[in-house]
Ligand binder design. Structure first.
Ligand code: AHR
Length: 602
């Protein structure tokens, strides 16, 4: 293959192309990124979470022992249940057991009232690893103690016992070592794996979680901030429970820690496909008489993120420990919504209010779902009319679709809204899938003047608790298992560009099918001045390129990364080394491989 890179013919592309889609699906939040080790700490799990299909999924879920669930005089009305022990003991098994590390410290906290009680961490063999005795008041009070264990175990449980009568709620156990060591923080190993991808933005809290599956299930950001015991837990659309301990403050803080721009997505006043709780057929949205309040919630979010500490919502951010603004620039409205009249009326109302009050905020609209045989036309017509700067497109397709549709954005009108490819994946975690995604991303970079952002979805999945496959990063209580797809995202995240340089490929085989299976993208990163060549070979044979860079002035050495494997592989990993530029440009690209060459310019 002859590849010539034209140093003169270039265009500006988005410098925030790859980012992260975070949704609480597959236990991504509770039991996942959120480092809380106690499951159902607040006794608020409910039959309703599972829509009644699992009778054990109730206020006692993950707890065993002798206790009553009480509701009289709770610590907070939003947290109405608690446990009452009478000369008994209860234990919590966490999320598939509580993983503990030798010599690490854990913050135990609980709201309690009544008699003295003992808290223990116990290994699966019955061995007590650590214990402490705590003395509550006669009224609700938060008590804390630091626990340290001498052994590493993967499946401990927590036990609380009392010889008298004691009420407990918000029973919590956090490792002190969280990502950036925040209290109420995030699991360090998972967060670091995400940070290694160098995401330029983080979209949250979904996906479908953002709009829920009924008006009552719409994610309300105000319910997710403030003291943990006052947050309003809710059913998760994916059939489990959201404690909302990982709420909007924690999301904003995570974005800041990652150096990524926050991209909250808010429901467009309608739940998933304009559904109602349990109902079918009819289209539903927030009643119009309640829409002013909902629109105000959206505006208040911007004030919460960016407003001065003297503003109502800016003050709440400061009280939570962050007087400085969170630098919110983007807000998404709507997620894969059915483009109906019910939707349109509410969507326009929200968009117009944000445009009016916060013209500096970039609104990302939605153009509805994309299925085989449908298109985005209706959503695009509204977006054009509203002059939206960006719209959100989603597609989950086969690897073949990604190979065959590399021209998807070539003909997009550059004068219309830009695109955020908010969710995409090629339906598999084999190396062939990862390569199809790498290939498609060469086309996304080529169209980086119209596609401003792209995020693989979903991001996280706890093994044995998945509602959606494939995902980017799997995990258990103490292991992180990135997929081959993850390494593609990471290579793109770590090698972004601001300028796209045109290149030409000449293949000895003129066959169109062959052409489609070779991808090239050349970008320049403004900050470092580095030139980055990405090469994807999806052919079953090696290809020897001859790359002509006579128009460019690079230094002698290049960083050369090869990522290759069999199409079925799930264990392939990229390997990097330094190489001379001349050697890099004629080095064989293995069959089924993704190569990144990074050079310094003179
Ligand atoms: O990523 C999983 C789901 O796919 C998202 O929640 C939704 O937006 C899409 O249908």
């Amino acid at each position: 293959a002859q590849i010539s890179i034209d140093g003169k013919n270039s265009k500006k592309i988005s410098n925030m192309l790859t980012g992260m889609f975070f949704e609480d699906i597959n236990y991504a939040a509770d039991g996942g990124l959120y480092a809380e080790l106690i499951q159902n700490r607040d006794f608020e799990y409910s039959l309703h979470d599972k829509k009644g299909s699992d009778k054990n999924w109730n206020e006692t879920m993950a707890w065993s022992g002798n206790f009553k669930v009480e509701k009289a005089n709770p610590i907070h009305p939003n947290n109405s249940h608690y446990a009452l022990l009478t000369k008994s003991k209860i234990s919590n098994s966490g999320f598939d057991g509580i993983p503990l590390k030798a010599n690490e410290k854990y913050d135990f906290s609980v709201f309690a009232k009544g008699a003295i009680f003992t808290v223990k961490l116990i290994g699966s063999n019955g061995e007590t690893l650590v214990e402490a005795t705590l003395k509550p008041n006669t009224s609700w009070k938060k008590i804390t103690v630091v626990l340290k264990v001498a052994k590493t175990v993967s499946d401990a449980h927590l036990e609380i016992s009392s010889d008298g009568e004691v009420a407990v709620d918000m029973v919590s156990l956090f490792p002190q070592k969280t990502f950036k060591n925040h209290k109420n923080g995030l699991r360090a190993d998972l967060a670091e794996t995400i940070a290694d991808m160098h995401p330029k933005f983080v979209r949250f809290p979904g996906g479908c979680v953002a709009h829920g599956d009924g008006i009552g299930n719409i994610y309300r950001w105000k319910n997710t901030i403030g003291p943990l015991e006052s947050r309003t837990p809710m059913r998760n659309i994916w059939g489990y429970h959201q404690s909302l301990g990982l709420g909007y403050f924690e999301y904003f803080q995570f974005c800041e820690d990652l150096g990524a721009l926050p991209v909250p997505v808010l429901a467009a006043g309608v739940p998933c496909q304009n559904s109602s709780d349990g109902g079918a057929g009819q289209q539903f949205g927030i009643p119009m008489e309640d829409m002013d309040e909902y629109v105000q919630d959206v505006l208040d979010l911007i004030e919460y993120a960016n407003g001065p500490v003297t503003s109502v919502w800016g003050k709440k951010r400061a009280e939570a420990g962050h007087p400085k603004p969170f630098n919110l620039k983007y807000v998404g409205i709507g997620n894969e919504d059915l483009i109906s009249d019910v939707f349109e009326e509410r969507y326009r109302m929200i968009v117009k209010a944000v445009q009016k009050k916060y013209p500096e905020i970039t609104i990302i609209g939605t153009v509805g779902p994309f299925f085989e045989g449908t298109d985005y036309n209706e959503g695009w017509a509204i977006a054009n009319d509203l002059k939206l700067p960006i719209v959100d497109e989603h597609y989950y397709q086969s690897p073949g679709w990604f190979i065959n549709n590399q021209n998807f954005y070539d003909s997009y009108d550059r004068s219309e809204s830009k695109v955020y490819l908010g969710e995409y994946a090629s339906r598999g975690n084999k190396f062939y899938n990862a390569l199809a995604e790498a290939l498609y991303l060469t086309a996304i970079e080529r169209n980086g003047d119209v596609v401003t952002m792209a995020s693989y979805a979903p991001l996280l999945a706890r093994e044995k608790h998945t509602q959606w496959n494939p995902d980017l990063i799997y995990f258990t209580g103490n292991e992180v298992k990135p997929t081959v797809n993850y390494f593609v995202q990471k290579l793109y995240g770590q090698n972004p560009g601001d300028i796209y340089l045109q290149s030409k490929i000449k293949l000895s085989d003129a066959n169109n099918e062959v052409h489609k299976r070779i991808g090239v993208s050349v970008v320049q990163d403004n900050a470092s001045g580095d030139l980055i060549v990405k090469l994807v070979n999806m052919l079953p044979v090696a290809v020897i390129p001859s790359i002509d860079v006579s128009n460019l002035t690079t230094t002698e050495k290049a960083n050369y990364t090869t990522f290759s494997g069999t199409p079925e592989s799930t264990t392939a990993r990229p390997i990097s080394h330094t190489i001379t530029v001349t050697a890099a440009f004629s080095k064989e690209l293995p069959a089924y491989s993704f190569t990144v060459i990074r050079m310094k310019t003179k």
